[in-house]
Ligand binder design. Sequence first.
Ligand code: MG
Length: 403
Amino acid sequence: MNAVSGFKPAIVIVAAGRGERAGAPEEGPKQYRRIGGRPVIAWTLDQFAKWEPARGRIVIVIHPDDEELLANALGFVTELPGLQIVHGGATRQESVLSGLLALQDCSATHVLIHDAVRPFFDTALLERIGKALMAGDQAVLPAIPVADTLKKADQTRFVADTVSRDGLYAAQTPQAFSYPVIFDAHKRAVSEGRNDFTDDAGIAEWAGIRVRLVEGLADNVKLTLKRDIAMADEKLSSNLIADIRTGNGYDVHKLVPGDHVTLCGVAIPHDQTLSGHSDADVAFHALTDALLATCGAGDIGDHFPPSDPQWRGAASKIFLAHAARIVRERGGIILNADVSLIAEAPKIGPHRTAMRQNIARCLDIDIERCSVKATTNETIGFIGRREGIAAIATASVSYGAVK
Ligand code: MG
């Protein structure tokens, strides 16, 4: 056993299976089902992406029908330079061989072959495997001791014997090998008509290669059944934090002689009017800013410059609807909107319901999620002297969840 110099491992991820055992075929192959908000294979790929030694040498073997599913899944993965995608064959063994063939030109010294439906391995496991390979082992298998007592049954389903657990291990993936050695073993298996191997360590054993066991990981389970997918989803989802964001906005407009003010889209008769480029609806302007703030989309002036003549006299619901559209385009769900008006006059109370209805309609949310409040400024300052009206607003928006 000679220590290896220039360790350059590659990864083959086997994702060509149809996953019939996971039930619900209409939901598609289980490597693309979502757990914790992302496809299973995205979690698997992200784990490998974190492992520096294999950077730039990752092959995914997929079913020819799954190109679109994979493209979608890759949208959930941070960065995978040099990723290769190849089509698999009718059996797992054939699919692995397709992956090994794709590695011929990348000068890999070793290869880790992994089932896409095992997303719960960690870097420490990859390090243990890498250490054994670097020490000169040609085949390395992560495995965990069998914990359950094992029974052997007879034909009538009565126990015939209790099998000793001594020396029994459950095999996991990634299974790792010297690249030329396992490539050669796979090609020999094909030429000798053997196509019944269910894992690659099995091929190595058949080819007379000694397989080293390293400590596996209890969490590194294969998601086989529909129930496994549900449990994995629950496990990942419980670690997620709701991505709920709050934005605030403030606006003030000057009062000048006139006959009405427009607040939250309601024109209220008054002996003054609010001066401004648009209809000067301070409440909608403040709320527009609050919504834009939840996704860092600037402020109302960035989207509707006062210098632009097309907004002269415009109804401010245009601005509010635009902000709501930006929020939705970025994946947001508007949870609530709250406006406080600060004015000596006119009285807001009689118009409050109409104002809330306008907000609800414009944001397309329930009226119970829309609040309008008002206060005077106790005759103090510019608001108290009826020189202007101010509004502050708060909006909460859910953007899903973060890890
Ligand atoms: Mg304004």
